[in-house]
Design a protein around this ligand. Sequence first.
Ligand code: GDP
Length: 450
Amino acid sequence: MYNYLDTTTTIVATATATGGAVAVVRLSGKDAITIADKMFRGKHKLSESKGYTLHYGTIVNGCGEVVDDVVVALFCAPHSYTGDDTVEITLHGSEYITSEVIRLAIEYGATMATPGEFTRRAFLAGKMDLSRAEAVADIIASDSRWSHNIASTQMRGGYSEKLSELRGELLILCSLLELELDFSEEDVEFADRTTLRQTLNTITAQIECLKSSFALGNVIKNGVNVAIVGKPNVGKSTLLNVLVGDDRAMVSDIAGTTRDSIEATTTIDGIRYRFVDTAGIHATDDTLEKMGIDRSYRAISNAHIILHLASTEEPEFEIIEKDDNQHYIKVINKIDRITSSDFSDTNDVIKISAKSGFGIDTLRHRLRKITDTSQLGAGSIVVSNMRHYSALNSASEALMDARRGMDMNIPSDLLSEDIHRVLHHLGEITGEITSEDILQSIFSKFCIGK
Ligand code: GDP
């Protein structure tokens, strides 16, 4: 069975995506340098060179044939990403060359790395805690300024520092409470209850603050879902196309052309928006259309923002069921068809012409205003990971138990138990508390080579 904690083998994988001009093959583990030396011909042997050096040379196969001209970067343990000896071979980005180099590495003793194995080894070697390791995947996946900002702060350890600060305070409380147990005969209180209560209140407030940042963190990381809804032919597909600047949705005069939901994304001022052009919701006997309409209902229930479109031909907004936490924007399209006197201005309706582009910037601005990023600055801590959010929730419940327990004057050992639960859940985020299952679920989402 595969052992997630094993770091004794030497692993190899391509660290770059296919199709680039150059590619990097990475080898890491105790035999990385010996294996690389078997295929690398340069001025010096890698095993006789210092770490943090670059070496120009060639890779040769078992028959002595040159596979490619390469540059090798050498990192010696413990000063590498994984903490083990690591060799990064930069070569021409041909699939044949990379697979040949990987084949040679495997022939000389390496094993193919599993997804995220380099980062997992970095975690196991204590090079980074779990939340920072997870941020590595987030930074690779980041596709907007703000998702990069959050991942970058997390990767640089801002979040870990905050959590270890909280854990540090809790550990002091626990040790004072446990000291009381050692002196239980003497009925002493080492942990002053007023200070204890204040500390628990402060930590609760800080955890609540981290929890409440998740709503923003989640939309920044995963994008804001916007469902474009409205009767057939009001211009939903045309609007989606103009918003994402692409001909994604089919546009036609025939009502019901959009039989299924069409999705497209675009970035507005550093935030990703995922627009779903829902199939027009109307009564129909057509099975295909019915399926599309069902999906529309699903898209609407998953939306952060419902963009309700009507047109100057049919300016009424039919009633749409929505949750209280969903934002709702009314838009009237085809404004180009009328003279301004035909249509009076109202504040809560945005008037646009998806065809001419009139009002589209105002609409973009309204969409962007809904995601308030004003509190985000360099280094601000925002939780964007569901696993962390769930651990914070559990920590918060345990804190609540501790505070309730204090109200009821529970004995020190029970109080200490509750605080230990808080420590446990905070430790799950940073990886002080972990299991093979958690590691497997986190690192299996990484790409191979990272
Ligand atoms: P959907 O069924 O709501 O997705 O509507 P479509 O986007 O397919 O558009 C239906 C028709 O309205 C097409 O002929 C579009 O060219 C037309 N249309 C869409 N937007 C506008 C607009 O702003 N002005 C005018 N005059 N026609 C529009």
